[in-house]
Design a protein around this ligand. Structure first.
Ligand code: C5P
Length: 402
């Protein structure tokens, strides 16, 4: 599959924040994905990281001055403005956000910002108290209103020792944001419902039965649909992932809650993806009080939960139904049997006994089956696998024109 970032023309505009050093990694990763990168640096950015480093990594001369004798007619900002498909300001300091929000054009970045018709994005990075300051929040709101994409900031430990919102988004996450931005927006009007994550089945007031699912694969599939313009609802079991932006979240705990949340939202859904690792059994009885360890052996009585995927697939106006099959042996045979038994349109199966893929891993590898065909997706980051899966779902559902 051709990388969506191949030959994309991206200006990385670096400003004077301590996180500027992370731009070296960002440029490197964008180049790895085949993007063409040109770097602009403000005067204070050059105090934090040298233009020479950025030149070596981007393979292009770095632009630092408004009047550029190398550029035709000396107007480097106009040439860059016309060349770029995306201008990303990173790290966007409080000062830079103020300048951009007010349209100051007293340096190369300010002028380029006004002169370009490319998509403009900023990745804020500053002390958490500065981020919360009313003036910064006003500038942030103004930038959003001007159509600027604001990626981050994230929460966590800061270089100054504070903890809170204001950290620059990590370079790999920014690369993902850039890739998401370039996805075709061809799914407007499509309604997608997904389940993701594990379920927890209560045993007593302090214990539950569950599994190792991190929910990451389902969250990536939700994001892959959302970034192509679909309207996405994600019914999620308990996970520690941030909700994907632009996705309607429904949080549930047990299999019974997940079933109810799913069935009550099926109306008008075009595609259903059941990626949750739903508990197959739940305790038959919920102990009122904590079970004491008085016995040498304890026998639990379990009862079957309802199969959410099969229930969706038996609805009269059922959507296109995609199931998952995580197996440790006979992976393909079990998956094909599951597809037939549960009346699915497609099944994505993987071998969770393989190290480094599947449950709780950042990567996955899958084999996808549908009525008259199949396709192997070799090991890749889960977001890449998700985008390929979404492409296959659209092809099978809509036909080769999709
Ligand atoms: O039968 P098995 O649990 O292996 O099937 C896995 C597929 O079925 C996944 O897509 C999972 O989300 C779905 N499933 C479900 N409800 C259950 C059990 C599994 O939706 N109770």
């Amino acid at each position: 599959m051709v990388d969506i970032l191949l030959q994309r023309r991206i200006v990385i505009a670096i400003t004077g924040g301590i996180a500027a050093y992370k731009c070296a990694e960002l440029v490197r990763r964008l180049k790895d994905r085949g993007a063409e990168v040109r770097v602009v640096m403000t005067a204070s950015a050059c105090e934090f990281i040298t233009p020479l480093t950025m030149q070596a990594l981007s393979g292009e001369p770095v632009h630092t001055h408004l009047l550029d004798p190398r550029a035709e007619q000396g107007m480097g900002h106009i040439e860059l403005a016309r060349w770029a498909e995306l201008v990303l300001v990173v790290p966007a300091t409080a000062h830079t956000m103020a300048r951009l929000a007010h349209g100051w054009a007293d340096d190369l970045l300010g002028s380029l910002w006004l002169a370009t018709t490319a998509i403009r994005a900023v990745a804020p990075a500053m002390n958490q108290q500065m981020w919360k300051a009313p003036a910064v929040q006003r500038n942030y709101a103004n930038l959003l209103q001007d159509g600027v994409r604001v990626w981050g900031p994230t929460e966590g430990q800061q270089a100054c020792g504070d903890v809170g919102p204001g950290r620059m988004m990590e370079p790999m996450d920014l690369v993902e944001q850039v890739a998401a931005h370039f996805q075709p927006k061809d799914m407007h009007g499509l309604h997608v419902l997904l389940t993701a994550g594990p379920t927890q089945e209560k045993l007593d007031p302090v214990r539950y039965l569950s599994n190792y699912s991190s929910g990451l694969m389902g969250y990536c599939v939700a994001k892959a649909f959302q970034e192509r313009g679909a309207h996405v609802t994600l019914v999620s079991g308990p996970v520690s992932l941030p909700p994907p932006q632009g996705v309607t979240m429904v949080s549930v705990v047990s299999a019974a809650e997940m079933l109810e949340a799913t069935l009550s939202r099926l109306n008008g859904i075009d595609v259903f993806v059941g990626s949750a690792a739903v508990a197959d059994y739940r305790p038959r009885e919920l102990a009122q009080h904590k079970i004491k360890k008085t016995e040498a052996e304890l026998t639990l009585k379990l009862e079957k939960t309802e199969d959410i995927l099969a229930r969706v697939a038996e609805q009269p106006n059922k959507p296109f139904v995609v199931g998952f099959a995580a197996e440790t042996q006979h992976v393909h045979a079990y998956a094909l049997d599951k597809m037939k038994r549960k009346k699915l349109d497609m099944i994505a199966c993987n071998d969770v006994s393989q190290p480094g893929i599947g449950f709780a891993a950042q990567h996955n590898a899958m084999h996808i089956f549908w009525k008259n065909g199949d396709c192997a997706l070799p090991k890749a980051p889960k977001m890449d696998i998700a985008r390929q899966l979404v492409g296959l779902i659209m092809k099978q559902w809509k036909g080769p024109s999709a």
